[in-house]
Design a protein around this ligand. Structure first.
Ligand code: NI
Length: 272
């Protein structure tokens, strides 16, 4: 009787271990595009094995919304001002940001960084706002979520000044190649996150997958942006499986294992 029960229990646990468990480490559920059908989006995510979703802010308004959502959905969120909006950053923004950051649902500062590709804000403004927010991260002992486009050299230079005090971070939607990946791996407690863009034909980041050890890797959708090539329209967390498929194929490691490792990494850096 006892043995029988035990076998059944083991079998059940075995089944659970085979189940795909995915952590989408970056999805803007706070984006207005999800306002109408968030429940269905979350349902489809769950059906595809996406159990946890991290909600990043990108300005004060979206960061407040991220906190609200994280609270009601029992997820975690970040607050930060995107480099695109650096030109409007002032002392009032800083004050509001610090208020948001004291919420227990905020576990990271982001997304912050440098974007010299679109250059919606002047370079100097971007750098100074980036530094201010790195200081907030240090003050509140939170990791940072970095948005970097055409600015790796400057990011590495600035980050190396703060790296000893920073609790770590994530290079979100990694857009570099193997060389940049190697540089990132030198930073203590920094992770590289791959998005749907690695499903695109000419993806540079795809070539870096082999360079990144599984224990430093994350996956994300960056929903509603960066829809994987196999689907069309708005991106959503359920589509993260297409990104996992590419990684699993390149590394020749079962998708479940890649999902499990990246899930555990996300918990380690974003939920503590
Ligand atoms: Ni984003």
């Amino acid at each position: 009787m006892y043995n029988d029960k035990n076998t059944r229990k083991n079998r059940k646990e075995g089944e659970q271990n085979n189940k795909v468990r995915i952590y989408d480490s970056h999805a803007h559920l706070n984006d207005p595009q999800f306002k109408k059908d968030l429940e269905e989006v979350l349902f489809r995510a769950k059906q595809n094995g996406v159990e946890r979703i991290f909600i990043p802010g990108y300005d004060i308004k979206s960061s407040s919304r991220a906190v609200e959502l994280a609270k009601s959905l029992n997820f975690k969120a970040s607050a930060g001002v995107h480099p695109h909006d650096a030109k409007d950053f002032n002392s009032e923004t800083l004050k509001k940001l610090e208020q948001l950051v004291s919420s227990p649902h905020i576990t990271a500062i982001g997304e912050i960084g440098l974007d010299f590709y679109k250059m919606y804000s002047p370079k100097e403004a971007q750098i100074s706002v980036f530094r201010s927010q790195l200081e907030i991260a240090i003050k509140f002992r939170l990791p940072v979520i970095l948005h970097v486009r055409d600015a790796f050299e400057d990011i590495f230079r600035i980050l190396s000044e703060y790296n000893n005090e920073l609790p770590g971070g994530i290079f979100h939607c990694f857009s570099g190649g193997p060389d940049e990946a190697e540089e990132i791996l030198k930073f203590k407690n920094f992770y590289i996150s791959f998005a749907g863009s690695i499903t695109y034909r000419n993806s540079r980041a795809k070539r870096a997958i082999n360079t990144v050890p599984l224990d430093r890797m994350l996956v994300e959708t960056d929903s509603p942006y960066l829809t994987p090539s196999k689907v069309k329209g708005r991106n959503e967390p359920a589509y993260i499986v297409y990104t996992l498929e590419v990684i699993s194929k390149i590394l020749n490691i079962p998708l479940q294992i890649v999902a499990k490792k990246t899930y555990n990494n996300a918990v380690k850096i974003l939920e503590f």
